[in-house]
Design a protein around this ligand. Structure first.
Ligand SMILES: [Fe+2]
Length: 289
């Protein structure tokens, strides 16, 4: 995927877009994807990635707050068209409908809650995420300092830190930039790369695959275009706002890179430890799951 704006772009915009595209290319060729090829490695991936699934909702609601009436009593928003887009995205992400495995009924769940079910399905450890949710709920949704949370997987604290700061700062162009460049535009390609690994054909993680496929289609076909239009609206033809949004896009992609680096290092460490344990018994090293 390559990002390029309209014809009226200043040199700063062109330079920032070029940086952004370079980062997208690096993320799409990250060495972690082929390593997600077993239940153990998928668990490790999900135990970090779940935090990004969670903070996406805070980012999306931050965008909604910027576009809708902000007071306790309602007044019309500046652009009902763009407000409708964010409500559509929220309805899909926060209250999606899913067919139960027996195929007899549909249930309503957020993508985050489906992701938790997908973690349970592969027996991934969700204690850290559950504890964080308890903390947020007990404080009525107050901000917290991710670096003060103990036990977060490598790369997660800085990822959360960047996005919670964006939510707190409440700048429309920067939130819309992170939302478009760092989420809706790039995630279909990333998820496609994850589930393209042959291991997923063994059908050992059907809910995770459903989650990824759903995003490939929903974000690729619907949300990506809406997020792009929301970003253009947020820029309002103002080059400074566009630069701010592009810089937020660059920062969020760098945070994603650190998150994937952390997962990759975790997998390598796990494989080194299991390799050490199986030394002297070489058949175990190639044993298929
Ligand atoms: Fe989406």
């Amino acid at each position: 995927m390559l990002f390029k704006g309209g014809s009226l772009r200043d040199t700063e915009t062109i330079a920032l877009e070029s940086k952004l595209n370079h980062l997208v290319d690096q993320l799409l060729h990250h060495p972690v994807y082929p390593c997600i090829n077993s239940l153990e490695t998928l668990r490790l991936f999900m135990e970090s990635h779940v935090y990004a699934v969670w903070d996406f909702m805070s980012l999306t609601h931050a965008l909604r707050r910027q576009l809708s009436s902000r007071g306790k009593l309602w007044t019309p928003g500046a652009s009902p068209r763009h407000l409708r887009m964010i409500y559509t995205i929220l309805m899909d992400e926060e209250t999606d409908t899913w067919e139960e495995l027996d195929g007899k009924r549909r249930v309503v769940l957020s993508h985050f809650e489906l992701y938790l079910k997908a973690m349970d399905e592969v027996h991934a450890n969700r204690e850290g995420m559950d504890a964080l949710l308890d903390t947020v709920q007990s404080t009525g949704g107050d901000y917290f300092d991710p670096s003060a949370v103990t036990g977060l997987p490598r790369g997660v604290a800085s990822f959360l830190d960047y996005h919670l700061e964006l939510v707190k700062e409440a700048d429309l162009a920067r939130i819309a930039g992170a939302f478009y460049f760092g989420r809706e535009a790039i995630l279909p390609d990333l998820f496609e790369r994850v589930i393209a690994q042959p291991w997923f054909q063994q059908n050992k993680a059907p809910l995770f695959v459903t989650y990824c496929q759903h995003h490939v289609h929903l974000d690729g076909d619907v949300h990506g275009g809406m997020a792009e239009e929301l970003f253009e609206y947020a820029c309002a033809g103002d080059s400074e706002k566009r630069h701010a949004g592009l810089l937020a896009g660059i920062a969020t992609l760098k945070a994603r890179q650190r998150l994937l680096d952390g997962i990759h290092q975790g997998i390598q460490k796990m494989q080194t430890v299991s390799g050490e344990k199986t030394k002297g018994n070489p058949t175990l090293l190639v044993q298929a799951e």
